[in-house]
Design a protein. Structure first.
Length: 259
């Protein structure tokens, strides 16, 4: 397996020939970290992303027999407002189907997107995150460089809140169509609950999985734009324990001009 390794400020970057090997290797690294932490503490607290970019990673992780899932507590990083856990387009449903229903996980804390009081739901989820400090964050980067649903117009590197309501920008909504999650732009919800940038960065170890040509521009911006909330994922370069996993397609602009 050919892997190119680089470091951009604090961010460790691993480039693979294809997304299948990327997903498998990322899962292996996360598994090793889980096992290491499970030797030190009773429970490992993890945040997961819900997106097709995570498919190979989640599939491999879910089949890893070296992980004691009964000692893991799971969270997810965002949810559409108005969609319940049973809705096939909800992020909770995605993770339930692709990981949580396949493993004997100790507990999962879902964001209740259909709550009658979304403000209180944000408070409830934030209290959980503050009560149970997160060990591992498994995440992606959006086409507009968002992390979770911190789109450029709402991202705040110094946000006092850990969970908040956001309106989604058009590029973020269009990505959901590009990813095959919705049939049409108008079908994509306009608002969501998201973990904020500080909430994600409080995780001790971050693993960012970003394959595919649609993410090439975002990967370039993540690594080479000024660290600024206009490019939310640039903040990953300041976290001391973050790995970025990319493939040849998502890395295609790193060695030639962006078009």
């Amino acid at each position: 397996m050919k892997v190119e390794e680089n470091k951009i400020e604090q961010l460790l970057v691993r480039t693979y020939d294809g997304r299948s090997q990327l997903g498998k290797d990322a899962a292996e690294m996360v598994s090793k970290k889980i096992q290491e932490l499970q030797r030190e503490k009773d429970y490992v607290y993890m945040i997961f992303a819900s997106a097709p970019s995570q498919n190979e990673f989640l599939e491999t992780l879910g089949k890893d027999t070296n992980i004691d899932w009964k000692k893991i507590v799971g969270f997810h990083m965002d949810e559409y407002i108005g969609l319940d856990l049973a809705h096939p387009q909800s992020f909770g449903y995605f993770l339930k189907k692709n990981l949580f229903d396949k493993v004997p996980i100790h507990q999962v804390h879902y964001i209740q997107g259909d709550s009658s009081n979304i403000e209180k739901e944000c408070e409830r989820y934030e209290q959980l995150l503050r009560r149970y400090p997160v060990d591992i964050v498994c995440m992606g980067i959006g086409e507009n460089t968002h992390i979770a649903f911190n789109d450029p117009h709402v991202a705040d590197f110094n946000d006092p809140h850990w969970v908040k309501i956001v309106d989604l920008d058009d590029k973020s909504r269009q990505q959901q169509v590009n990813d095959g999650c919705f049939d049409a732009f108008d079908d994509v919800p306009t608002h969501a609950v998201t973990l904020t940038v500080p909430a994600l960065l409080q995780g001790k170890f971050l693993y960012c999985i970003v394959p595919g040509k649609n993410k090439a521009r975002a990967v370039y911006q993540t690594l080479y734009e000024k660290v600024d909330s206009r490019y939310p994922s640039t903040i990953l370069r300041k976290h001391q324990n973050t790995h970025l996993f990319i493939d040849k397609e998502s890395a295609q602009y790193l060695h030639k001009p962006v078009v």
